[in-house]
Design a protein around this ligand. Structure first.
Ligand SMILES: Cc1ncc(COP(=O)(O)O)c(C=O)c1O
Length: 349
């Protein structure tokens, strides 16, 4: 197997060029560093080794959200969502990834333009744009995680709109995670200023109770996750369940049959304990398992219903085939669904 590139040797897209990460120079005056005036996305691409193809999940949706976030901060990104998808495809091809990938586009306030006075400002400051990609498989145990409700509340939309992924806002999420992990938990659930459930540190929350599924509504000061929309669609298609989107009281967490989180990083993850109380049987519940199973097939291009979620990126050098347990050298199994012919990045979505 090809050795993984060291972080400094990885390809990045930076202000119009493809460079090695170690060649990128950002000055200590970079405005986004000082004031948190940047926006970012987290995007996953999943490898289908049978056809040497990485599938970028909901690529255009992520970039549309980033462009919307950028408008709020007057960041100037001179690309359409489709152009950003195409740039990402090129980045993935150059990077010769051999497994699943995490993509991190970041746009930030760079430097005061001539004639702009010193200060916390959005106008008269140039924009930087960098896109990184790195290997990333599942990093959360399949068996689930334990969460604590944070004493830190979600920043209200009246102070910083939650629907924009603004770098500075994540200092608050970091405080909440720090508190939860110091107390021995894996992640924090944040309440909004009204004391209702908002979201986890980087994921949305779903509660299953008496056969109903509930998730906090878009007005609860949360980021309307792209994985949240995926889970709602899977639940509807697979079970006919319409997810209720409404205010969720903290105490509903304590009586839930199942709780799961959705997010690009964590994917679909069961929560087995909240504030020292077991969730259901403390095991992954049946609805959570079903959503996760469909998600896992769909993101690798194995569910024809959801092909339109994916942007295929054909790798030039195929990754090594995994060995099958019978030792036949890892060829695709005869009963695997037929792989679809991948096109090029940006051909769909
Ligand atoms: C605060 C917050 N909420 C929710 C999510 C889940 O969003 P998505 O499913 O689009 O990754 C994220 C991750 O991006 C996040 O940072």
């Amino acid at each position: 197997m090809a050795p993984r590139a060291a972080p400094g040797d990885r390809w990045v897209y930076h202000d119009g060029d493809f460079l090695r990460a170690g060649e990128v120079r950002l000055g200590p005056g970079t405005q986004g560093l000082h004031y948190g005036t940047g926006v970012f996305e987290g995007i996953r691409a999943y490898l289908d080794p049978r056809v040497s193809c990485l599938h970028i999940l909901k690529a255009a949706e992520h970039y549309r959200r980033m462009l919307d976030s950028a408008l709020l901060l007057r960041l100037r990104i001179d690309h359409t969502a489709q152009e950003l998808v195409d740039i990402t495809g090129e980045l993935l091809r150059r990077s010769e990834h051999r497994g699943d990938v995490y993509i991190r586009p970041l746009a930030y306030k760079l430097a005061l333009e001539p004639g702009t006075a010193f200060g916390v400002r959005l106008r008269g400051v140039s924009t930087g744009l960098t896109i990184l990609s790195m290997p990333m498989g599942d990093y959360i145990p399949r068996s689930g995680i334990r969460c604590a409700v944070a004493s830190w509340r979600r920043i209200p939309g009246s102070s910083l709109p939650a629907r924009a992924k603004i770098t500075g806002g994540y200092a608050s999420n970091a405080l909440a995670v720090d508190e939860a992990t110091a107390a021995g938990y894996d992640d924090a659930i944040l309440l909004n200023q009204r004391g209702e459930v908002a979201e986890a540190s980087t994921a949305n929350v779903f509660i299953v109770s008496g056969g109903r599924v509930v998730t906090p509504g878009a007005d609860a000061d949360l980021l309307e996750g792209i994985t949240r929309a995926i889970a709602i669609e899977i639940l509807r298609d697979e079970t006919g369940i319409q997810t209720e989107q409404r205010a969720v009281a903290r105490c509903e967490l304590y009586s839930a049959d199942e709780i799961f989180l959705t997010g690009t990083g964590c994917q679909i993850v069961p929560v087995t304990e909240i504030d020292g109380r077991p969730v259901g049987s403390r095991r992954t519940g049946p609805l959570t398992e079903r959503v996760r199973a469909v998600y896992n097939q769909a993101v690798r291009g194995r569910d024809p219903r959801y092909q339109h979620w994916l942007t295929p990126v054909q790798l030039e050098r195929p990754p090594p085939r995994p060995r099958d347990p019978a030792g036949h050298g890892g060829s695709a199994r005869a009963n695997d669904p037929a792989p679809r012919q991948p096109g090029t990045a940006g051909a769909r979505s």
